[in-house]
Design a protein around this ligand. Structure first.
Ligand SMILES: *[C@@H]1O[C@H](CO)[C@@H](O)[C@H](O)[C@H]1NC(C)=O
Ligand SMILES: *[C@@H]1O[C@H](CO)[C@@H](O)[C@H](O)[C@H]1NC(C)=O
Ligand SMILES: *[C@@H]1O[C@H](CO)[C@@H](O)[C@H](O)[C@H]1NC(C)=O
Ligand SMILES: *[C@@H]1O[C@H](CO)[C@@H](O)[C@H](O)[C@H]1NC(C)=O
Ligand SMILES: *[C@@H]1O[C@H](CO)[C@@H](O)[C@H](O)[C@H]1NC(C)=O
Ligand SMILES: *[C@@H]1O[C@H](CO)[C@@H](O)[C@H](O)[C@H]1NC(C)=O
Length: 368
């Protein structure tokens, strides 16, 4: 266990050279659902927990989107873990924390929050930060830009993790996490991880927040107005916009817009209604943006490369720039997490035809 030992500070960034983009010419013969992530850009889907992972203590890290799979655009990490005293690992890329299951604590500079499912935290470059898993089965979705940050974990990993039953992680006593060792910490600098051993995370959370006066599950949250300030958005407490023009209601809940990322990428949630009667869901092609979609509630039907696939909670689809795709919900309420690089992203397209919306659910009948 590390206790409250290593707090790592991102200082430098841009250390990861982005891989040169490789765009695959359309080949519909490829299997869409894969069990190992491609090492080049192509459309694919990975099922929750189906990937082999890397074990760091009892935490299992899986990488549904990698630097190579996204042409260097971003990395998507799934961390499935039991409760632990140990604190996590940190760096200088733009890092995002989203709670899919269970709960964890996240510290960013002088603030701390207790995350429950649907909560989000933005950790821009050069932010002191760490996290601690709280519940016995928790899952943290991490998004890091630019891509390639997964290389760090090949250094930190104590073993490879695989399970014929696709168990999220190994049942058993919680194992110690590596990373506190001074020689390891030095090694990590080339992976853009800088130890900040003096950083001492505050322990005075009240009602899930420190300072206790911060809005957390009791009042609206706003996004930072620049690309350097960390911020937190509790589930459904951020800005919301309703789009009624795509054959279904879509509530867009932006978490990162070009303002918070210097235009590097955007991410957020989309809530979907069922498709309206006699309507066909819209088809999208994003020529300048790779997109990842992860189901966080309900069930998503995704059509891409002439195939139609049902996605459940934790499943991830990667849609390369230029690939036509369409998606809809066959259940009453579906929520997805989207990530897109650049500024001409899925959400920016949807927001162009949406109006500010005050509620966490869509209207109870279709637009007339
Ligand atoms: C995980 O597997 C890879 C490929 O077989 C191997 O190179 C690596 O050393 C393994 N890592 C650990 C920590 O055992
Ligand atoms: C990060 O923590 C160190 C102390 O460990 C402090 O000197 C520095 O100012 C902190 N940086 C920020 C941005 O809070
Ligand atoms: C914590 O929550 C309780 C119950 O809602 C409330 O009475 C109390 O004032 C809150 N404490 C702070 C410091 O906000
Ligand atoms: C945006 O990307 C550029 C180039 O990689 C990088 O230098 C910059 O730090 C990034 N900005 C943010 C806010 O991540
Ligand atoms: C998105 O990422 C790909 C791969 O790195 C790159 O080719 C493309 O230019 C990026 N788009 C934008 C708008 O940044
Ligand atoms: C549909 O959305 C448009 C644009 O946001 C809005 O002007 C219109 O009032 C909406 N229609 C209905 C019936 O909600």
């Amino acid at each position: 266990m590390l206790g409250f030992l290593p707090l790592l500070v991102p200082i430098a960034f841009g250390l990861h050279a982005t891989a040169s983009p490789t765009f695959l010419s359309k080949r519909s013969t490829l299997e869409l659902v894969v069990t190992s992530v491609p090492d080049y850009v192509r459309p694919y889907i990975v099922r929750a927990y189906s990937l082999d992972g890397l074990a760091v203590g009892s935490q299992v890290y899986r990488f549904p989107v990698t630097g190579p799979a996204s042409g260097g655009a971003f990395t998507l990490i799934s961390t499935a873990a039991p409760a632990s005293d140990a604190l996590g690992i940190h760096k200088a890329h733009y890092e995002n924390f989203f709670c899919l299951r269970g709960s964890f604590r996240l510290w960013a500079n002088d603030e701390a929050r207790l995350f429950t499912p649907g909560d989000y935290g933005a950790v821009p470059p050069s932010t002191n930060h760490t996290f601690q898993i709280v519940d016995p089965f928790s899952e943290l979705v991490g998004v890091i830009s630019p891509g390639g940050f997964e290389d760090l974990f090949t250094v930190l990993a104590q073993s490879n993790y695989t399970s014929v039953l696709e168990a999220p992680f190994t049942a058993g006593p919680v194992a110690a996490t590596a990373g506190g060792d001074a020689s390891i910490i030095t090694t990590l600098e080339k992976y853009d991880v800088y130890a900040e051993l003096e950083y001492s995370p505050r322990t005075d959370m009240v009602n899930g927040s420190a300072p206790s006066t911060a809005a957390w599950h009791n009042a609206p949250n706003t996004l930072a107005t620049d690309a350097a300030t960390p911020f937190f958005v509790a589930k459904d407490y951020g800005p919301r916009y309703l789009n009624n023009a795509t054959g279904q209601y879509q509530i867009i809940e932006p978490l990162l817009t070009p303002t918070q990322t210097d235009g590097n990428f955007t991410m957020g949630n989309i809530i979907l209604s069922r498709t309206f009667a006699r309507k066909t869901p819209a088809v999208y092609t994003l020529p300048h943006s790779h997109t990842a979609l992860e189901v966080v509630d309900g069930q998503l039907t995704l059509k891409m490369e002439k195939e139609t696939v049902e996605l459940e909670i934790g499943d991830v689809a990667f849609v390369p720039a230029g690939t036509a795709f369409s998606y809809w919900s066959q259940v009453a309420y579906t929520k997805i997490l989207y990530i897109g690089n650049g500024t001409q992203t899925l959400d920016q397209q949807l927001l162009g035809n949406a109006a500010s919306w005050d509620y966490a659910v869509f209207p109870s009948s279709p637009p007339s």
